[in-house]
Each structure stands twice: as structure tokens, then as C-alpha cells.
Design a protein around this ligand. Structure first.
Ligand SMILES: [Zn+2]
Length: 386
């Protein structure tokens, strides 16, 4: 069981759910609504670069602008121009999207599979895809920036990667000061004294005969298998983040914003919980899932401690839950360099992205629109009925 408490009632929401013109009126002024640079709409593919998708004040205008041959349908070539307009960074540089991926995304929106996106199909494409890419609802998860991981009993600087957990505080604070996230979530590892992950509790449970280490042999950071049913793999850690202790407190220099959501995990003595979404056995989810649903969150930014443990597990669950997921590299520190590399691979191979904190603001404001995240959303929409 995990507990979630929200400090105060509401988090401001941007203009979502309103009609299309309002949607754009509410667009943050930092998002440039670029005017058409040229009056003529001709067949020159290069001309489309002069149009920003944001120039389209309404769905119909957008459809018309990209229906270059005026036949009332978007064919795959015209859809690829939508992608060119959509996927660019805040300096207008167009991200390359592989034709294979463009094709795959096209088929998601060509619901009747006739080789064209008609106006009816475009409604779904506009509402479920383009709008979310241009105006994402962004939530940041600040994972376990707690004393024990920085200077306490599980000080990660003593682990093989020898990274300093305190180094995440400054870049995270800067992000919270400068980026207007739709919600900020802090997770806390929050264990009862008899927690299964503590090496000094190993005598409290029976180690399975299949375990690579017996309870006598097992040392800190080893993995054992506890008796079931079903048998359960568990890595053994020093006693850490015991509920209500100093070690479990968020670091005093970490900025805690108003209206923050706090998620307490690892509260079940018998199950560890690396991810902020689920415990390791997926027995129970935290109420993070419902908090995100309530806010119509589209984009989840993950950072904190430890990169290759709780941050990585959280990013994996975020992707598995269908969210466009961004791991903030310089706002995370970890335990083992090889595992950190593996964490990055896991994220990118599931269509998530790894970014530097300097790139986050433009992404949250919809000015830097990554094709990987657009592709991820399209994949999620594959089986959604229009
Ligand atoms: Zn823990």
C-alpha cells in the first residue's frame, strides 16, 4: 500500500477541453503563434517550412493548409508535411522522422485504411495527437531526493558509480523555478522498520532454496530470493528511509513548491517499491495513476535518485502506462554506471527521451516537439476508437 497526500487542493490547468479557438487563445504567450509568411499556398514542399502548425487557428484551417492538392484528403505525403511542421525544436530546426515511422503514424489516423486521412479522421488526429503535442500537460516526478540517499545510510556516493546525490538539487530547483509544470510530484521512499529490503532484516523472512545467496552469506547490495509463494527476488540495502526519520526527509535544500503532490512508496513491509507508480510485485499502485488521470497528464518528466533504481523503474512504468516520458539526465544520479547506461537504453528503446534540464522549458511550452514522443503517442492511439 502506498499513500498519497496532496498538500493543497488544486493545480492550475491550462486551457484544455475548451473549443479550438480558446485552445489557442489560452496558449502561453511564450509559444510563438507564427503568422503565415507568405500568402500563397503552392505545391512547393519547402514552402511548408514557412508555416508553423501553430499558425492554424482551427482544425479546419490546419487541414486545408496541409491538403496541398485540395482534394479534401490528406495523403501520406501531405501527412509527412504535418510531421515536418510539428516536429521541430524551439529554433525552428526540423527533426528528421524516418519514413517508416511517418507511415506507421499515418496508418494510426487512417482509421478506415483507405490510404487517406479524411476530415472525419482528422478530428481524432487533431484532438488526440496534434493538440497534445503542441500543448502537452506536463508533470514532473522528483524521485526520492531524501537525506539517506545523499548523506545518510544509503549514501549513493559509496556505491560503485560514486555519484553525489546532492548534485541533483540545484538543477531540479532551477527547473522548478523556471518551468511552469502542470503538476509537481515528490516521491518518498517510506519504509516501516521491518522492511524486506533492509539487510539487517534478513533473519525476519525465510530465504528460498533457489536463492543465489543464503541468509548467512548475503551481504549488502546482494540479491536474494525470499520464500513464496511466489518466491520473491530482493536486493538487500542498508536500512534507509525509515518512516518519520531524518533520513526519510526530503533534503532541506530541495525546493518544495506549493500545491505539490507527495507520493509515499515502499510502505508495505513485505514488498519493495522502486517505481513511483507500482510496487515491485505490481500488487498495488500508488494513487499517482489517478492523480495523473485527473489532470489529463500527457508528459511525465522523471528525475532524482537513484538513476538506475527508482528513477529508471519509474520511467519504465510511465512508458508502460502510456505516457510520453522524458528522463532528465543531469537531474539524476545513480548507483552503477553500467546500470545507468542500461536505464537510458530502456527509456529510448520504448520511445522515451533523455534530455538535459536546459531543454525542458521549451518542451513543456510546446516549442520543442520531439518526434519520439509524437511517435509514442501515436502508438498509444493505435487501438483507441475515433
Ligand atoms: Zn527503499
Amino acid at each position: 500500500m502506498s499513500v498519497v497526500s496532496r498538500c493543497t487542493a488544486s493545480v492550475p490547468m491550462p486551457g484544455v477541453g475548451t473549443d479550438i479557438p480558446d485552445f489557442y487563445r489560452n496558449t502561453n504567450s511564450a509559444v510563438p503563434i507564427m503568422a503565415k509568411q507568405s500568402e500563397k499556398v503552392d505545391e512547393e514542399e519547402s514552402d511548408i517550412d514557412q508555416y508553423d502548425v501553430l499558425a492554424c487557428e482551427a482544425m479546419d484551417a490546419c487541414f486545408t493548409a496541409f491538403d496541398k492538392n485540395g482534394d479534401g484528403f490528406l495523403d501520406e505525403r501531405e501527412f509527412s508535411l504535418v510531421c515536418r511542421a510539428l516536429f521541430r525544436n524551439d529554433r525552428g530546426k526540423i527533426y528528421n522522422v524516418e519514413p517508416k515511422k511517418v507511415h506507421e503514424m499515418f496508418t494510426v489516423f487512417d482509421k478506415n485504411e483507405d490510404g487517406f486521412i479524411d476530415r472525419q479522421e482528422f478530428i481524432f488526429c487533431w484532438n488526440q495527437w496534434i493538440k497534445k503535442i503542441v500543448r502537452p500537460i506536463s508533470v514532473i516526478l522528483v524521485v526520492d531526493v531524501q537525506n539517506d540517499f545523499i548523506s545518510g545510510t544509503l549514501n549513493i556516493s559509496h556505491c560503485s558509480a560514486k555519484q553525489n546525490g546532492a548534485e541533483v538539487i540545484e538543477p531540479i530547483n532551477k527547473l522548478l523555478d523556471t518551468v511552469d509544470f502542470d503538476a509537481v510530484v515528490y516521491s518518498l521512499d517510506w519504509h516501516p522498520s521491518d522492511h524486506v529490503s533492509f539487510i539487517d532484516n534478513i533473519h525476519l523472512r525465510k530465504v528460498d532454496s533457489s536463492s543465489p545467496k543464503s541468509s548467512e552469506e548475503a551481504k549488502v547490495y546482494d540479491t536474494v530470493i525470499f520464500e513464496g509463494p511466489p518466491p520473491m527476488k530482493q536486493r538487500l540495502w542498508p536500512r534507509h528511509c525509515v518512516q518519520e526519520s531524518w533520513g526519510a526527509e526530503l533534503h532541506k535544500n530541495l525546493k518544495v513548491v506549493d500545491n505539490a503532490i507527495k507520493v509515499y512508496k515502499g510502505t508495505n513491509p513485505d514488498v519493495d517499491s522502486y517505481s513511483v507508480f507500482w510496487d515491485n510485485k505490481k500488487l498495488s499502485d500508488t494513487t499517482l495513476c489517478s492523480e495523473l488521470k485527473q489532470r489529463n497528464a500527457t508528459d511525465i518528466y522523471v528525475c532524482g535518485l537513484a538513476y538506475d533504481v527508482c528513477v529508471g523503474a519509474t520511467a519504465a512504468d510511465s512508458l508502460a502506462s502510456g505516457y510520453r516520458t522524458i528522463l532528465i539526465d543531469d537531474c539524476s544520479r545513480g548507483v552503477d554506471l553500467e546500470d545507468i547506461e542500461q536505464t537510458k537504453k530502456n527509456v529510448t528503446s520504448h520511445n522515451g527521451v533523455i534530455v538535459d534540464s536546459s531543454q525542458v522549458k521549451a518542451m513543456v511550452e510546446g516549442r520543442d516537439r520531439r518526434p519520439e514522443l509524437g511517435y509514442k503517442l501515436a502508438v498509444e492511439l493505435k487501438n483507441v476508437k475515433a
